[in-house]
Design a protein around this ligand. Structure first.
Ligand code: BES
Ligand code: ZN
Length: 652
């Protein structure tokens, strides 16, 4: 069988295979059929001719050879075509059948890779204009980029293996053959077989207990875009945190996870009060092993979280507010294409900050927003000097490029400041009312930047006679002049503290002050000493950032002696401090940096550290040594990024 398929494949490459009615009718070559189908620049699927409405997965997760054996059973809405095109990337297709119950094998062709191997390959299946059911038998391979397989020693418990998926942006096609465009929504169900001592969970209705057979069933009844299909298998336990929410994690992390995320019920209530009812019934978190490449991923009903978010003092829970907010912006109302990514992330960052403000106060929310605004400045500079300076527009043009290129603070922070600026001009009440109606109007739909702008004009700007430069924000480079400015006295204070330290002032000196207390004759002695607990983690983060790049190792050591950043297990502090240290040749931080890189696989942290190391030959050599050990446990998403940083052309 295999040889027949490869024969067909070879024929298709040289363009002589032609059996399809559609092609015959229109007289199109395969390449033309594919080109004709384009509906999303990052998918080959011909969803305008035929589209999946429901997907059922039969999966067998095999840890011995790190392979998922699957059948993807697509229920299709067929508008009368004789070819169905799916996306695949690094999958082995074994056979394809048509029909429900009684299945009949059909022909298929696997097309060529795109030039830079970003999209994967189109899978063309021969069907009839009446075909409704297509079943694709497949297995994953070592090239499957969505999957992070972990041997037991890389988990917290160190006894059981773990596997998890990461679908966004276009990696779902590497573990399931499907029409991988965010513009097509599907419902899904699954039957998953795993080793008996492990439990499986998905972005769907989930079990809360392990069963002895290792067989799990899942249902996602609300239609979602494919990038939100997710699976994790491991030694997983559950703890309820509220009426409709809880947390899954390895048993060893369950206690600390439950403590850290105990505000979850209040977060959900707050979010609902802001932008309408939570539409997915249950909201759970799944704390993954440290290799998870992101801080969080908004898989519906089951947000995936990196354990680095567990700082021990709830200082990083804005990540949870963020992923929860995606239950509205992103999951309920989804970006039409990856060019409209800011509609997912910008709205979510704005929404996240509103949740943080409601729960922890405006002072804290402003500090968080300023930290992000600084990151936006860095990205603006970097993108401005890159080969794609146009990427500072909210609406992107990622055709022919990896949609990951759009994963910058333009979408996140410029997007959020667009809404903050609009809030200032329209008033909070009006903007909130508008956003409520927007989430209702487009619930379970997809939205492009153009659709959004039209809706905004019609429902807010025109009726309220508000003059707002939406087009400049969305279609022009850089940050418009009317960008909202945050004023935070606390932020200013910590920055001036850093300035004073850099200028030579001894900020750690104990000071004694005599203060007068009302109604008492004697003054009271007060000792003032700068300690770490005087400020929140993000203030210290701002402090570190403000230190000049030319600061000496000696000065950094002085800070460490007093504030102990080097041993602080707050991941945001760690990565900033390590980078500062590398820059200053402050070698005391290298052992801690190495331990961090060997443990954590979150790309946001790991990539900038390696990038900094790659700047000098000596550090680069050291970085390569660390990576040769650490790379093993990184998820492909992180591994590929770092690989490029350390070994790309130009890096010596
Ligand atoms: N959806 C994103 C993660 C993502 C985006 C993965 C695009 C792949 C492609 C998620 O919601 C996210 O933004 N995570 C952030 C945390 C957030 C608080 C900014 C992260 O992982 O750092
Ligand atoms: Zn996000």
């Amino acid at each position: 069988m295999r040889s027949l398929f490869s024969f067909i494949y070879v024929l298709s490459l040289i363009g002589v295979f032609s059996s399809c009615n559609l092609r015959a009718k229109k007289n199109l070559s395969h390449t033309e059929v594919i080109a004709d189908a384009v509906f999303d620049n990052h998918s080959y699927a011909n969803v305008r001719q035929i589209r999946t409405t429901h997907l059922h997965l039969d999966l067998d997760v095999n840890f011995e050879n790190q392979t998922i054996y699957g059948v993807a059973r697509h229920t299709m809405q067929n508008y009368g075509t004789d070819t169905a095109i799916f996306d695949i990337k690094g999958l082995e297709i074994q056979k394809i059948t048509l029909g429900n119950g009684k299945e009949k094998e059909t022909d298929f062709i696997i097309g060529q890779w795109d030039k830079d191997s970003i999209l994967g390959q189109p899978l063309l299946v021969t069907i009839t204009s009446k075909t409704k059911y297509i079943n694709i038998y497949y297995k994953t391979t070592s090239k499957t980029e969505a999957l992070g397989w972990l041997n037991p020693e890389l988990t917290t418990g160190k006894k059981y293996p773990f596997v998890y998926t990461q679908g966004q942006a276009i990696l779902t096609r590497s573990w399931i053959p499907l029409q991988d465009s965010p513009a097509n929504r599907i419902t899904y169900s699954a039957k998953v077989k795993v080793p008996e001592d492990l439990m499986a969970v998905m972005s769907a209705e989930n079990p809360t207990k392990r069963n002895d057979k290792g067989e799990y069933s899942f249902q996602m009844k609300q239609p979602i875009p494919c990038y939100l299909i997710a699976l994790a298998v491991g030694n997983i336990a559950y703890k309820k945190l509220g009426a409709n929410c809880g947390v899954y994690s390895e048993p060893e992390l369950l206690g600390s996870s439950a403590n850290e995320f105990s505000d979850l019920p209040r977060m959900i209530q707050t979010a609902e009060k802001l932008y309408g009812k939570y539409r997915w019934e249950q909201y759970d978190l799944l704390v993954l092993p440290y290799s998870f490449p992101f801080g969080g991923m908004e898989n519906p009903r089951l947000t995936f979280v990196n354990p680095t978010v567990i700082a021990g003092d709830k200082s990083l829970v804005s990540v949870i507010a963020h992923e929860l907010a995606h239950s509205w912006s992103g999951n309920l109302v989804t970006n039409r294409s990856w060019d409209d990514f800011w509609l997912n992330e910008g709205f979510t960052v704005y929404f996240e900050n509103r949740i943080m403000e409601a729960l922890y106060g405006k002072e804290i929310a402003d500090i968080l927003a300023l930290i992000e605004f600084q990151e936006l400045q860095d990205d603006l500079k970097e993108i401005g000097q890159s080969e794609h300076p146009e990427d500072t527009r909210l609406k992107l043009q990622l055709r022919g490029r990896d949609p990951d290129d759009g994963l910058t603070d333009i979408a996140y922070v410029k997007g959020a400041f667009f809404l903050k600026s609009l809030e200032r001009d329209a008033g909070r009440e009006r903007l909130d009312k508008f956003l409520n109606s927007y989430f209702k109007a487009f619930a379970f739909k997809t939205v492009s930047s153009e659709t959004f702008i039209e809706y905004l004009d019609k429902n807010l700007l025109v009726p309220q006679k508000i003059n707002f430069n939406t087009n400049e924000w969305v279609y022009q480079k850089g940050i418009p002049k009317n960008c909202f400015q945050i004023i935070s006295p606390r932020f200013n204070e910590i920055q001036s503290l850093a300035d004073r330290f850099a200028k030579g002032e001894n900020i750690f000196k104990r000071k004694v002050k005599w203060i007068k207390i009302k109604g008492r004759k004697k003054k009271k002695k007060q000792v003032i000493q700068l300690t770490r607990d005087k400020h929140i983690a993000q203030e210290w983060q701002a402090f570190i950032r403000r230190l000049p790049n030319t600061i000496s190792a000696e000065k950094l050591r002085e800070i460490d002696n007093n504030l102990h950043f080097r041993t602080w297990t707050n991941s945001e502090i760690q990565y900033e401090w390590f980078i500062k240290g590398i820059r200053a040749n402050y070698s005391d931080i290298l052992p801690a940096t190495e331990r961090f890189l060997l443990k954590v696989g979150r790309r946001k942290y790991v990539a900038p550290i390696y990038k900094e190391l790659a700047k000098t030959p000596k550090n680069l050599k050291w970085a390569r040594e660390v990576f040769s050990k650490a790379g093993e446990h990184y998820h492909p998403v992180t591994k590929n990024t770092v690989q490029e940083m350390l070994y790309a052309n130009g890096v010596k």
